[in-house]
Design a protein around this ligand. Structure first.
Ligand code: DX5
Ligand code: ZN
Length: 225
């Protein structure tokens, strides 16, 4: 298997918001490649998290890119707001928008990388024909809405099919996975072909962020279960 750089994206949903600046700087110093911001509106998902003001504040604290994962209804209405706030990668749920290709074009027109995702019970066929318009595909390995849930290994089948499709088509979108990532599930994900690991509880729940990040990045073939 070709050796590739695995990127780590800590999700601030699990950070201590009393000291968010220190938290995001600590994961950046610990080797994180991007910061993952989970946006929930209480409509598309039952939970409510935070909006563009917090994204803009995080942007001022770090130099690594921001992943913004929109778990909101009618995300196309908020593309400009989140791009202005500092999103580098903006990801929408395929079933939350009517005009998927138009949404990807609108994101890219603002100079931001477009991402698409689906919950574990939704197929990649929802967006497969638009893969040439996205820079990243986020595979949800838990149902969107809450941190700290258990990884669903069956979604790795989607990762493997995307790896095959990417090779067949010659496209170069990144494959990211989100939810329940630990050293064990990271190994299984990397072995299936994932490029970027999102992790909230595992990183922010550990005493040493750098060590946790490097454990995820180094989770290798042979250690997967
Ligand atoms: C779930 C979010 C995830 C989640 C990851 O709706 O998209 O980013 O916060 O957190 P852990 O790593 O705790 O599952
Ligand atoms: Zn997320």
């Amino acid at each position: 298997m070709k050796k590739r750089k695995i990127e780590i994206a800590p999700s601030i949903l699990a950070a201590d918001f009393r000291r968010l600046e220190r938290e995001v700087k600590a994961v950046q110093d610990g080797g994180a490649d991007r910061i993952h911001c989970d946006i929930m509106d209480g409509v598309f998902v039952t939970n409510i998290s935070f909006g563009p003001m917090v994204v803009a504040a995080v942007k001022k604290c770090v130099t690594i890119p921001l992943d913004v994962h929109l778990m909101i209804a009618a995300p196309q209405k908020y593309i400009a707001r989140f791009c202005d706030a500092g999103a580098d990668n903006l990801t929408v749920h395929a079933d939350a928008v009517d005009d998927l290709p138009g949404t990807f074009d609108a994101i890219r027109a603002l100079g931001v990388r477009a991402g698409v995702t689906v919950n574990p019970d939704k197929p990649v066929s929802l967006f497969q024909r638009y893969l040439d318009k996205v820079d990243l595909v986020l595979i949800m390995s838990v149902y969107a809405g809450f941190g700290g849930q258990k990884f669903m290994p069956e979604v790795l089948e989607k990762v493997r099919s995307l790896v095959t499709e990417r090779r067949r088509s010659g496209l170069d979108f990144a494959i990211e996975i989100d939810g329940g990532i630990t050293a064990e599930t990271a190994a299984a994900s990397i072995n299936s072909g994932v490029d970027v690991l999102v992790s909230g509880s595992y990183i922010f729940g550990s005493a040493d962020y750098h060590a946790a990040i490097e454990r995820l990045r180094g989770a290798e073939q042979g250690r997967a279960q």
